[in-house]
Ligand binder design. Structure first.
Ligand code: B12
Ligand code: SF4
Length: 606
């Protein structure tokens, strides 16, 4: 990262209300988060879009969601809802401080709570500078890699805090999953931040830090705090969270090298505490719940006698049923999961669909077979179709199946998911360190195979970003869109073309995309993204058919893959794993069922 992005006049950062308005001298500790990370009325999509679109495209969001800035307040002016991270900092602090010393407010209300008495302003942030997977890449395609909408609002929040007339009296502490971005870009001074905390607010070191700040002591710029190892040590919000986010698990266990959350201990949180937090959300006016997890399928199977990658069907069905049947819960949205469990236990997927579809706010009219066209769309990591690359960066991603079978696991898993109206968003990493043209070709093969089989996932390619603290932290892949090879561009554009499939069921859809994308290329994208972008964009626009582009030698159209069926995948497992499979899914190897293959053939008269 180099210096801050240049802002257009229209989008200049203007600190808001820096004058003193509070009668009580302000709160001792004021908690906040960027507005764009706190809003919840338009569903997940708005935040994801604001993380990815550059600020100059804010008008698109304003037109689609004209009321997105209208947030709700408690009678005292504090925020009615805040991201779960803020709520946990609040809960952690309330173990030591009185409730009238601590407040969580929206950025525009800071002037009401920051006063001469304030000693800490603590900011929780998910993605303040937009340098994560996916978020960075789309803004860079459109031209301003460092200023996604969310990043603009985060910077605006920091500018407001910096301009406070009481700034010398208080310390600014930042935490949350995006805190590392401040450390990595060394933007402390520019954003007026004293300390970044990496880790959870529950830990004693975090409380110690707040104590120091309140006493006016100097803070270290970076503090790494320990993650609790026991499930009992994790706190739960008893107020309303943005999108009704309630934690379900921490950690993952599949050990992908590029992953941050996997560095945390694998914990599944107690059902009674999850349910309390669900009810607290509903009590405070929330109608939507979403359980935060890296992989929902490990819940109920952590530290049991069964390996965590064989889901606990009964436990999951029980938990989700209770959530969606809680009076007041009108909507439920899935967050993250992995794909191998869909191959391991297709009946689990079916049972979850029966429970969850009626409360899903997501509708895919052209894809779903549900009577109301409802669908489920969790986020799943596909990352690469190259077995060579997968072995290097995520050798356990598909367990219990061998990573050698990764393309088959993806295709079989997606088949099961699609049959049950799950249409996941699947992330792909482009430009992994050491990625060769052959690796990209293999990923393209997988994408074309999905298309051939009529399978659907929203494919979200992003450029490799070495995330802080991961085992790939020091590695470098592609850093700018101009460095992408023609094949990498083709993969990205093919993914987006596939994503538009359900939107193309009108006569005008394809035409609009064709004209729009070529116009955009002529206007801006040609210079920005370099010559390797041109043919893949023409392929995306549909202006020249893929067949013709291949004939001209401009694109690679993927070769058919040989894929293992579920039965073959199950047969490839180690025999000691067969005991964890459910017979009601079928496909169990005959040896396991105690049937001699020859005997069964004879029985069937073969
Ligand atoms: C729910 C969720 C979302 C939701 C809702 C977010 C919201 N505003 O509430 C949606 C779908 C909108 C979303 C969007 C995105 N997300 Co998200 N999301 C999550 C998820 C699943 C849970 C987050 C959560 O609430 N956890 C529970 C709370 C309690 O945890 P927490 O926030 O980390 O807080 C703890 C600590 O960080 C700390 N803490 C937090 N704040 C503070 C503040 C202070 C001062 C201190 C001391 C401590 C502290 O204490 C808390 C515990 O006590 C996480 C994965 C995960 N398991 O964390 C990914 C995750 C955080 N998201 C991620 C990403 C990449 C994104 C997107 C960029 C994706 C995209 N391209 O669209 C966008 C960015 C959105 C934005 N506004 O910019 C990455 C973060 C990577 C990073 N920043 O390095 C994660 C880790 C997922 C992943 N595996 O890659 N996300
Ligand atoms: S499966 Fe997902 S959450 Fe788990 S380690 Fe891999 S990337 Fe991380």
């Amino acid at each position: 990262m180099t210096g801050p992005a240049k802002l257009s006049k229209r989008n200049k950062l203007t600190p808001k209300h820096t004058h003193h308005e509070q009668a009580d001298g302000g709160r001792l500790i004021v908690l906040t988060a960027p507005l764009t990370e706190a809003i919840d009325h338009a569903g997940y999509f708005i935040q994801m879009a604001m993380a990815s679109l550059p600020i100059w495209m804010e008008g698109v969001i304003n037109r689609k969601y004209p009321k997105w800035r209208e947030v709700e307040h408690n009678p005292d002016g504090s925020a009615r809802y805040m991201p779960a991270g803020v709520r946990l900092v609040e809960k952690s602090l309330l173990r030591e401080y009185r409730s009238d010393d601590v407040v969580a407010c929206f950025p525009d209300d800071l002037h009401k709570f920051v006063g001469p008495r304030t000693r800490v302003v603590a900011v929780s942030t998910h993605n303040p500078l937009g340098v994560t997977f996916a978020a960075g890449v789309y803004t860079s395609i459109f031209g301003s890699s460092r200023m996604p909408i969310n990043s603009h609002y985060s910077r605006q929040l920091f500018a407001t805090i910096k301009a406070s007339p009481y700034r010398n009296n208080f310390k600014v502490i930042v935490g949350g999953s995006g805190g590392w971005q401040i450390i990595q870009t060394n933007t402390y001074e520019e954003l007026s931040i004293d300390c970044v905390v990496e880790g959870r607010s529950e830990s004693v070191e975090t409380l110690e830090l707040f104590r120091k700040a309140i006493q006016g002591e100097e803070l270290p710029p970076r503090v790494e705090v320990k993650h609790p190892l026991e499930r009992e040590a994790i706190l739960f919000p008893d107020t309303r969270t943005t999108f009704g986010v309630v934690e379900m698990t921490t950690g993952c266990g599949r050990r992908c090298k590029f992953c941050v959350p996997d560095l945390n201990p694998q914990i599944d949180l107690p059902k009674d505490k999850i349910m309390d937090a669900v009810r607290a959300n509903v009590r405070n006016g929330n109608k939507q719940i979403s359980l935060a997890t890296e992989d929902m399928f490990i819940w109920g199977q952590v530290h049991t006698d069964t390996p965590f990658y064989f889901p606990n069907r009964e436990a999951l069905v029980d938990l989700y049923s209770e959530i969606v049947n809680t009076p007041g819960v009108e909507q439920h949205v899935l967050s993250h999961c992995t794909i191998a469990p869909a191959v391991v236990d297709p009946l689990l997927i079916k049972q979850l669909s029966d429970i969850l579809l009626p409360k899903s706010p997501i509708h895919f009219p052209y894809l779903s077979s549900h009577p109301q066209k409802k669908a489920l769309a969790p986020l799943i990591g596909l990352e690469t179709g190259s077995v060579r690359m997968a072995k290097q960066i995520m050798s356990s991603k598909g367990v219990p199946f061998s990573i050698e079978d990764w393309p088959s696991v993806v295709l079989e898993g997606l088949r099961v998911l699609n049959e049950n109206n799950w249409f996941p968003a699947m992330t792909l990493i482009v430009g992994n360190p050491g990625e060769t043209d052959q690796d990209v070709r293999e990923t393209i093969d997988l994408v074309y195979e999905m298309e051939r089989r009529g399978l659907f996932a929203f494919l979200i390619p992003s450029i490799f970003t070495p995330l802080h603290d991961t085992r790939m932290e020091k590695e470098e892949g592609v850093t700018q869109t101009r460095q992408l090879t023609p094949l990498q561009w083709q993969l990205m554009m093919k993914c987006w073309k596939m994503n538009l499939r359900p939107g193309q069921y009108s006569w005008w859809g394809p035409m609009a995309w064709r004209v729009g994308s070529i116009g955009m290329w002529l206007y801006k994208l040609r210079g920005l993204n370099g010559p390797n972008f041109t043919w893949p964009l023409l392929m995306f626009s549909g202006a020249i058919s893929e067949k013709n582009l291949q004939r001209m030698g401009k694109i690679y159209r993927g070769k058919p893959l040989e894929v293992k069926s579920r039965k073959e995948l199950i047969a490839s497992l180690k025999p000691k794993d067969w005991q964890y499979l459910r017979a009601d899914n079928g496909d169990l190897p005959l040896e396991f069922l105690g049937v001699q293959p020859g005997a069964q053939k004879a029985q069937m008269g073969v």
